[in-house]
Design a protein around this ligand. Structure first.
Ligand SMILES: [Zn+2]
Length: 488
């Protein structure tokens, strides 16, 4: 593919002034770059719409929405400006100063039927960067060697640009909708604070109430240049934190004591680090592994199929857990020590030492059971474990029987060379849990086919998305949404 375009750019305050009439942005893209895994045919991947979407993505990357502080309002105004150019009225939903979401709707008829509506969700904010570790400006919207580089290129500005493309495609093609389609760009997803989906639902639910949603959370996994499978996220684990607090007698470091809390904390953390919670199969994880077994090599496939057998089950669970941190975390509650705090002077034994444990619960498991098990394990009167406030809430899984789930699996299987779709329980959190708690059948699908090499850069250094994968993902998302929301 090869294309040339006028170069324009925007950043910062300019976005505010120009949001309402922002011209289509553009970049010069090189030819070549990585191919489209699992899709040898060129399929509309060079369509004008995907090229425009690449421009929106690079523009969005240039609007720094690192959270904290987020400052999503500027990006929200940019998005509203892109929609306004298409004659679509978007509304900014203000959450806290400088932080807004943006919502727009394509209506089927004057009478809203929210239970049928389809919501396209993406978040405006990104995690921070360590600029010194990047090879390009993380907020430059750089296109290089067939990739768009930048913070948010995958998570989640790529999806945001794809949602824009889908929404605008519906509008331009004057599609005859069989349900409302709602576009929503949210704020504060990465820290889940005062400007997050929780607050948005509490204050503005009527603006985007829907029965179905497509959000981030699932991925098209590429392995050795081919799509291995598509994980459609229908459920997610629940986060909580536990503080480990060791107390002892403070004193002069020249005369060490056995009750030094640093030593007791270290011993507790070591025990916890070596601990594995018992395996529980949720219905989703069972379905996932059933679908996965035939895709893996014979050896792994054999162990996957043995995980629930009475004779070899335990050994098989260990083999599969050791083979992949993702699989390990799908099978059980996990506990990761993340922050240690102790001491204030090199020559003083401190009175207290603390650790934070980040716990990820399977939906349905409770933190009290984990706490009880850890207390038994640590078994030290000097060490106390305390569940921290603001634990997440478990949501029921989205249905595997809905028309939308059926359609997603059909389209991705066709589009990605026959690689199947598997129901996916993500170990990470998304806004979909909040939606599922409001009876939305929410499906997580970042539609871009991505290799581990690129996926692991999310939240890391040199985040990037292959242009070919982005284009393909936009096409796939258009097909899914048209299939679901356009009357045939
Ligand atoms: Zn995200």
């Amino acid at each position: 593919m090869n294309w040339n375009r006028m170069v324009q750019s925007m950043a910062g305050a300019a976005a505010l002034a120009m949001a309402a009439s922002f011209p289509m942005a553009a970049q010069v893209s090189p030819a070549g770059g990585p191919g489209i895994p699992g899709n040898p045919s060129p399929m509309g991947s060079t369509s004008a719409m995907t090229k425009e979407a690449e421009g929106w993505l690079t523009d969005l990357i240039k609007i720094n929405t690192t959270n904290p502080p987020g400052n999503e309002q500027i990006a929200a105004m940019y998005v509203a400006g892109v929609l306004a150019k298409e004659g679509i009225k978007a509304e900014l939903l203000d959450l806290t100063p400088g932080r807004s979401a943006v919502v727009a709707r394509l209506q089927r008829s004057a009478m809203a039927e929210s239970s049928r509506a389809l919501l396209l969700v993406a978040h405006l904010d990104t995690v921070p960067v360590d600029k010194s570790r990047w090879s390009v400006d993380p907020f430059g919207g750089v296109i290089k060697d067939g990739y768009i580089y930048g913070r948010g290129a995958i998570d989640d500005k790529g999806m945001l640009a794809a949602n824009l493309a889908v929404f605008i495609e519906l509008k331009r093609s004057m599609a005859h909708l069989n349900r409302d389609v709602i576009f929503l760009a949210t704020a504060d997803e990465e820290t889940g604070g005062d400007a997050s989906m929780r607050m948005l639902i509490a204050g503005h639910w009527d603006k985007f109430a829907a029965g179905f949603a497509i959000n981030e959370g699932g991925n098209v996994f590429v392995n050795k240049g081919k799509v291995h499978y598509t994980g459609v996220q229908v459920s997610e684990k629940v986060a909580a934190n536990i503080a480990v607090i060791a107390r002892g007698t403070s004193g002069h470091a020249s005369q060490p004591t056995k009750d030094n809390p640093v030593i007791h904390l270290a011993a507790a953390v070591e025990k916890i680090g070596n601990y594995s919670a018992p395996v529980h199969f949720t219905s989703i994880v069972r379905r996932y592994f059933e679908g996965l077994a035939p895709l893996e090599d014979d050896e792994i496939g054999k162990w996957i199929r043995s995980m629930e057998t009475s004779d070899r089950g335990e050994h098989a669970q260990r083999v599969i857990s050791d083979a992949s941190p993702l699989w390990n975390s799908m099978l059980r509650d996990t506990i990761a020590p993340t922050v240690l705090t102790a001491g204030f002077a090199n020559n003083v034994i401190p009175p207290e030492a603390r650790a934070n444990l980040n716990v990820r619960l399977l939906p349905g498991d409770t933190i009290d059971v984990v706490l009880n098990d850890l207390n038994k394990l640590v078994n030290d009167p000097q060490v106390r474990l305390e569940v921290q406030p603001n634990a997440g809430l478990a949501a029921p899984p989205s249905s595997l029987e809905s028309d939308l789930y059926g359609l997603i699996t059909k389209v991705v299987t066709q589009e990605f060379g026959g690689a199947p779709a598997l129901p996916f329980q993500s170990t990470w959190l998304t806004d979909s849990a909040q939606l599922r708690l409001h009876s939305v059948q929410a499906y997580g699908l970042v539609p871009f086919p991505l290799a581990q090499e690129d996926l692991k850069r999310m939240h890391g250094d040199d985040e990037r998305i292959p242009l070919a994968a982005f284009d393909k993902g936009v096409d796939v998302l258009v097909k899914i949404v048209k299939g679901f929301a356009v009357a045939h």
